[in-house]
Design a protein around this ligand. Structure first.
Ligand code: IMP
Length: 453
């Protein structure tokens, strides 16, 4: 099993970290990131339960015997990376098991300023981390890569000046009454920041292929998820990299044939989305998540009570799932939109990735929901359709053919499939029709996991 790809099935935040943890515990030699950048946020905990939020550093970093690779397909922002690296160092890690591609894209102040001044990026609801402009300038061949920050300073300064001119960043900033950017200052400060990681920067394409040659196993850790994929997601409300399994070979520089296993990760009883874009099974309306007030514990108890009694509106169920599932972005803190499970969207993700097995996360969040409707069709021109059309999704209302009864009891102590209430088993078995659900997560702790291998 040379490469196992761990891929989100929907719009991200599915909880891929637990799967990576499982793989690392089961003999994987490396964890590699192949796409995305500081737009993603993966939360891990060290042995003393200290919380660490990772953005580009792979989730295996706290295992000194595991190589952690930031591939050429990743976009890295040196400023944010420095903060991230420091938070990992505080756990005692010296980062000697971190390998950064000399060909990865570097996010500079030009990219973040270009995104900040782009009305389109605001409309899409991007994370504001310069992803679109970093990846597009790489595609346009106008941006320096990691290795350039370790080369002659004058060449780097020239490359940054060209980037500035191509993106018209200083021109736009001047028009807005802001100071233009200074290429030579940026070349100096960014080279200094990255210089600290000179020992970590290397040719990760050969490294990854050598691991494979020596029969090592790599877990490819996806960021974002299938429906946010640049080429196959709900365009233009997508991210700027390939978040499906298709991103692995190009983002690591490995042959596609080396990917012998694909794992789909999804929440068992609901879906989330951050930012704008169609979401057929959304509970409540887009924007509800931004306007709702924070509930104190008494108000949350009241909401939970109404949910259990079946007296809650869709909007309230959406709010309940958001709070109970702690659905707030690890990178930006933004509240996530929540919705009912969607078989059509999941089948589409399966079509793109061909999952070998699934990991179902956060089953426990649905513990006290009396009924879980599952969208099995969309209504397309008054006909039921099983086709996920990324461009026209907003026009298709969901059709809930399947309505599973809730189990109204806690799953958090379940450790075996047989410990689950039969209705919870029914939900798991419903997803088995896509691919066998082999990991079921019933809480944030590592041991709150059911394995069905
Ligand atoms: P960008 O990746 O910052 O350009 O944002 C494009 C879209 O992808 C926006 O809707 C973001 O909210 C979404 N997005 C980006 N990264 C993540 C993630 O890690 N989880 C969930 N959504 C994400």
């Amino acid at each position: 099993m040379p490469i196992t790809a761990v891929i989100g099935c929907h719009w991200g935040d599915e909880g891929k970290g637990k799967v990576i943890h499982y793989l690392v515990q089961n003999g994987y030699d490396a964890v590699a990131r192949f796409n995305g950048g500081p737009n993603s946020g993966h939360t891990i905990y060290d042995s003393q339960r200290r919380k660490i939020v990772l953005h580009v550093i792979p989730s295996g970093i706290l295992y000194p015997y595991v190589r952690n690779i930031i591939g050429n397909g990743v976009a890295l922002d040196p400023k944010l990376f420095l903060e991230e690296a420091n938070s990992v160092r505080q756990t005692g890690s010296n980062l000697s098991n971190l390998y950064i591609s000399d060909m990865c894209t570097v996010i500079t102040p030009y990219h973040t300023a270009a995104e900040r001044t782009s009305p389109k990026a605001r409309k899409i609801g991007t994370t504001g981390r310069g992803m679109g402009s970093a990846y597009s300038s790489r595609t346009a061949r106008i941006t320096p890569l990691m290795a350039h920050f370790f080369g002659p300073r004058n060449i780097l300064t020239e490359l940054l000046e060209e980037l500035d001119a191509e993106l018209s960043v200083s021109e736009r900033l001047t028009k807005l009454g802001e100071s233009p950017l200074n290429a030579s200052d940026i070349a100096e400060s960014y080279s200094r920041m990255l210089g600290e990681f000179g020992n970590n920067v290397t040719d990760t394409m050969h490294l990854s292929n050598n691991i494979l040659k020596e029969n090592g196993r790599i877990a490819a850790e996806g960021a974002q998820a299938s429906l946010l994929d640049r080429d196959h997601g709900t365009y233009p409300y997508v991210t700027s990299s390939n978040a499906t399994v298709a991103g692995v070979p190009s983002g690591l520089g490995v042959p596609p044939k080396e990917i012998t296993e694909v794992v789909g990760v999804m929440k068992a009883g609901y879906i989330t989305r951050v930012g704008s874009g169609a979401f057929p099974t959304e509970l409540g309306k887009e924007g509800d998540e931004k306007t709702e007030s924070k509930l104190d514990s008494q108000e949350f108890d009241e909401l939970s009570h109404n949910i259990r009694k079946g007296n809650a509106s869709e909007r309230e169920i959406g709010q309940y799932l958001r709070i109970a599932g702690n659905e707030y972005g690890a990178s930006t803190g933004r509240p996530r939109r929540t919705g009912w499970p969607d078989l059509v969207a999941t089948e589409y993700a399966h079509m793109l990735n061909r999952f070998d097995w699934l990991a179902l996360t956060k089953l426990d969040v649905s513990d006290f929901i009396p009924e879980i409707p599952i969208c099995t069709y969309y209504e397309e021109n008054r006909r039921l359709s099983r086709r996920f059309s990324p461009l026209f999704l907003a026009q298709y209302p969901p059709f809930y053919e399947k309505r599973l009864s809730g189990w109204m009891s806690s799953t958090t102590d379940a450790r075996e499939f047989d410990d689950l209430h039969e209705h919870a088993q029914e939900l798991v078995e419903f997803w088995d029709q896509i691919a066998p659900a082999k990991i079921i997560s019933v809480g944030p702790e590592r041991e709150q996991t059911i394995l069905r291998f």
